[in-house]
Ligand binder design. Structure first.
Ligand SMILES: [Zn+2]
Length: 412
């Protein structure tokens, strides 16, 4: 199988953090210098951040969602893949869609436990008060909120859809467990995720063969196991040693609902077992303290909706922590959002008072303008944080950089 995908470690010498590294992921749509924050464009576009703005602020990757693009996958494939269809011609990732499918029952992004005997009973899905999604060994049965049809989302379907979308990096289909799920349930869910990973890998090889004229798409195996370290270690061993016809995963996705308290030990346990020469993506975390923990324990890329979503809510990131721009104290504040920021919004001199007025205006075009300007700022903040972390790793002053950053950011 031709693999137009590779990972090179540029610097990994740090006695304090033996798992930490700076690297380059090479994809058919360009190189990704790591550590890197992947900007989330769920539906194939980043809300209020067009590709030209993405480039202007140094963003390297857009991450979209396999489930949300399910209905458009054929159109995207016909147009030549996500890069051509979206106008973002740099590297792209898709996630498997498993998280969205399994979250449908709760409505608030909270994952529901599937520890039920009648998991495959379609009739239960027709009850108005019943959950909208159920997991069994075959896949996830759910009612699609767009069409109201009941769909079986399987590892094979997830991989087929992700191949059609054509992102440079795809994720294997996994079962995400809830923080309240028991150890026994996590054991069963992890075994299911392991079997789904084999089925996904097999389908990936088949799809790669069928679509030989397309650029190679890498597949990451996703690790789960809740907050149980023995299960996390098992997941790392199982997924990293898994092969079908001699082919294994190109990298790894580190998944799960993780608390800040458990994060360091869970990530360390997995990354100590995973092979060094393949990239690792930490799914769904982007607050600076999470990025520092991720980097120190061996993660290379990150993604999260927070920087874009919080920007639209007026939650602004600065070197001295974040603040809520909607507060009245910024009504006459003529300062830029962060005077140390190099983003186009701050460089053009837009004041907090001006941006607050746009955000609170009843006019839709004012809103759109505020969303764009604030999204540019927040995403640049996280992109720049990753750029600076990378430089600090390469030049050997990571701990000093982190200490200075955290002292100011978390001081209040
Ligand atoms: Zn800025």
């Amino acid at each position: 199988m031709k693999r137009d995908f590779s990972f090179e470690i540029v610097s990994d010498v740090c006695s304090q953090h033996p798992l930490m590294r700076a690297g380059i992921i090479r994809t058919p749509h360009g190189d990704i210098r790591t550590p890197n924050f992947n900007v989330v464009g769920t539906h194939g576009e980043v809300k209020f951040l067009p590709p030209s703005d993405m480039r202007n602020i140094g963003a390297q990757v857009m991450l979209s969602n396999g489930y949300h693009l399910l209905r458009r996958a054929t159109v995207i494939s016909a147009s030549g893949g996500l890069a051509k269809w979206s106008g973002w011609d740099g590297p792209t990732f898709t996630d498997s869609g498993g998280f969205q499918v399994m979250s449908l029952g709760s409505g608030l992004g909270k994952v529901i436990s599937m520890d039920v005997a009648d998991a495959n009973d379609e009739s239960k899905l027709r009850e108005p008060d019943e959950r909208l999604a159920r997991v069994d060994d075959e896949g996830v049965l759910f009612r699609d909120p767009y069409s109201s049809r009941i769909i079986k989302f399987t590892p094979e379907l997830s991989i087929e859809v992700q191949h059609k979308i054509g992102a440079d990096v795809m994720m294997s289909f996994d079962e995400l467990t809830n923080i309240s799920d028991t150890y026994d349930y996590n054991v069963r869910a992890l075994e299911r995720t392991r079997r789904w990973a084999i089925r996904g890998l097999r389908e990936h090889i088949r799809q790669t063969e069928l679509r030989r004229n397309r650029p190679y798409q890498a597949l990451y195996g996703v690790l789960q196991g809740g907050y149980y370290l023995d299960l996390r270690a098992k997941a790392a061993k199982d997924i990293s040693s898994m092969t079908v016809d001699g082919e294994g995963f190109d990298g790894f996705g580190l998944g799960g609902v993780l608390t800040k308290q458990d994060l360091p030990s869970i990530l360390t346990t997995m990354c100590e077992i995973l092979p060094n020469d393949k990239p690792r993506h930490l799914l769904g975390l982007s607050h600076p303290d999470d990025i520092f923990v991720g980097v120190e324990t061996g993660s290379d890329t990150f993604d999260c909706v927070a920087p874009t979503r919080e920007a639209r809510h007026g939650r602004i990131y600065t070197m001295d922590g974040n603040f809520n721009l909607k507060k009245s104290e910024f009504k006459d504040d003529e300062r830029v959002l962060d005077d140390e920021c190099d983003c186009p919004t701050c460089q053009a001199g837009h004041s907090r008072a001006e941006l607050r007025a746009l955000l609170k205006s009843g006019d839709l075009s004012d809103h759109a303008k505020a969303y764009n300007l604030l999204t540019i700022h927040n995403v640049r903040f996280i992109v720049r944080l990753c750029e600076q972390i990378r430089q600090a790793i390469i030049d050997g002053y990571y701990d000093e950089y982190k200490r200075n950053f955290c002292y100011r950011y978390y001081r209040r």
